[in-house]
Design a binder for this molecule. Structure first.
Ligand code: ADP
Length: 471
């Protein structure tokens, strides 16, 4: 099979969150199973792109209303990736350090999608399938189905993977002229709530839909950011496939980003050494249990609750724990979290920013990983935590429900129900009590490390979906 993944992110080329990890790892796995896999993303100014070699395989101009943007398609010449990497370089729109967050994001990703198709129609060997990821690439199925320019691709099946239904890529009909000429009788397909909604268009036009966990698929049918009805309508062609993790990159036995390598057998020593390094770096007491948070600082992740949670947890006289937070996002949340550092010095710290290195050290060196998410399509952090012998404390939602079983039910995690400071505090208290039972903690860490989160099962399920729609 020739599989094209088209996405805004792909690890290790450009990463903001789990989308990158999933695209990078699924592609690698599919490639190793013998498929020809091509990943196509925009050409940003990332370190990976600066440090690797690319050759130009196509160039042209992409039309966007009255604008014409020159673009080229770059192919990775030599890199350690197992798949073929293609970058769509539109310098005016993507020669920037950040991946998202610009006023012209709609223009950027519309141009990206059109440029991709302009190139693809010139390629002789058409893909067996195009796997689109999230709203940034969700207009492709519409363009393929109904734009006259791309009629050569009409038979190519498309699958849309929904990683996050919160972000939908909405914009006004005043930008309709950005679209390539298409069958105007299909304009209704573009419309959701009076706007053009990329996610809705993708849901309607892709031959199949996957979400990144089975429980998330259930949840968005009744809580889908205003799109519940549509998720229900396309349910017949949808499947929830639980993400795996890259067990080679996320492997405490070989991970070069951590202070000391370890396996389940010597995890006591391994975790303790990594914790010491982490605590030294952040001026924390290694004798106390350490609860960490890693992630985008947005309300969907429950990040707005972290400040109050930390204050309440650390206001007790004996301050029997340490808290460490790594993340970036909402400015207010960043400031609130930073402001706490001076007050709770020695027991609390925060690193505002994105650091892959630090994330690895935190998974290795912390005792518990807190995920108070309001919504979580799958969540990878809890699986990374397991892999490094860290006990996840999670709100049972979305994929967290599929992957974390509570200690009381024989699992290796701590679960709570409400995204509230009260529930977080109760869960934290349970964690601190549990931490005192040293033997049980070690057994639980080891069991977590031995859980299987490889891509094998997910790979098969994606393949089944591809085969279904190819037929
Ligand atoms: P989402 O994709 O919704 O952000 P996931 O749990 O699926 O959440 O994936 C998050 C990924 O991003 C993980 O690999 C996590 O380690 C990483 N990550 C998030 N924030 C940061 C950060 N500030 N620094 C380093 N890695 C981060």
């Amino acid at each position: 099979m020739k599989i094209i993944h088209i996405s805004a992110e792909c690890y290790p080329v450009a990463k903001v969150g789990g989308l990158a990890d999933v695209v990078g790892t699924l592609s690698r796995y599919q490639s190793r199973e013998g498929h020809l896999v091509q990943v196509v993303i925009p050409c940003y100014e990332t370190n990976f792109i600066k440090e690797n070699e690319f050759e130009t395989v196509f160039w042209s101009q992409v039309e966007l209303g009255n604008f014409n943007f020159p673009f080229s398609v770059l192919k990775g010449v030599k890199n350690d990736l197992d798949f073929e990497l293609y970058l769509i370089a539109i310098p005016e729109l993507f020669d920037r350090a950040e991946i998202y967050g610009y006023k012209d994001d709609i223009e950027r990703f519309l141009s990206f999608q059109k440029a991709f198709l302009d190139w693809l129609i010139t390629v002789n060997d058409k893909p067996t399938i195009i796997n689109c990821h999230d709203h940034h690439t969700a207009l492709l199925p519409f363009m393929i189905n109904y734009a006259s320019k791309y009629v050569a691709l009409k038979e190519v099946p498309t699958l849309l993977t929904v990683h996050n239904a919160i972000y939908q890529g909405q914009f006004g009909f005043d930008k309709l002229h950005y679209f390539p000429n298409y069958d105007l009788s299909k304009t209704d397909i573009l419309q959701w709530n009076g706007c053009i909604n990329s996610m809705a268009v993708g849901l309607r036009c892709a031959r199949a839909i996957t979400t990144v966990s089975p429980n998330y698929l259930n949840e968005i049918n009744y809580s889908g950011n205003g799109m519940e009805m549509l998720f229900n309508q396309v349910r017949y062609k949808s499947k929830g496939i639980l993400n795996g993790i890259d067990i080679e990159i996320w492997n405490p036995e070989t991970d070069s980003k951590i202070a000391y390598n370890y396996t389940a057998e010597n995890c006591e020593v391994g975790k303790s050494k990594n914790k010491q390094k982490l605590c030294k770096t952040f001026d924390l007491d290694p004798e106390k249990p350490l609860i960490c948070f890693i992630g985008r600082l947005f309300p969907e992740k429950g990040a707005d609750l972290l400040c109050e949670f930390s204050k309440k947890s650390l206001s007790e006289k004996d301050r029997e724990l340490n808290i460490l937070i790594l993340g970036s996002g909402n400015r207010d949340i960043e400031e609130q979290l930073t402001d706490l550092v001076s007050e709770y010095n020695g027991n609390y710290n925060v690193y505002i920013g994105f650091s892959e290195e630090l994330a690895h050290l935190i998974y290795a060196g912390s005792d518990f990983l807190l995920m108070p998410s309001r919504t979580e399509s799958c969540g990878l952090n809890q699986m990374y935590a397991y892999r490094y012998g860290t006990i996840p404390i999670v709100r049972s939602t979305g994929g967290l429900k599929d992957t974390v079983v509570d200690l009381d039910e024989g699992g290796c995690g701590i679960c709570f129900n409400q995204a509230s400071v009260e529930d977080m505090i109760k869960a934290k208290n349970r964690a601190l009590e549990f931490y005192k039972e040293e033997e049980k903690v070690i057994t639980t860490r080891k069991s977590g490390m031995r859980l299987n989160h490889s891509w094998k099962k997910a790979y098969q399920e994606y393949l089944e979906m591809y085969n279904l729609i190819i037929k």
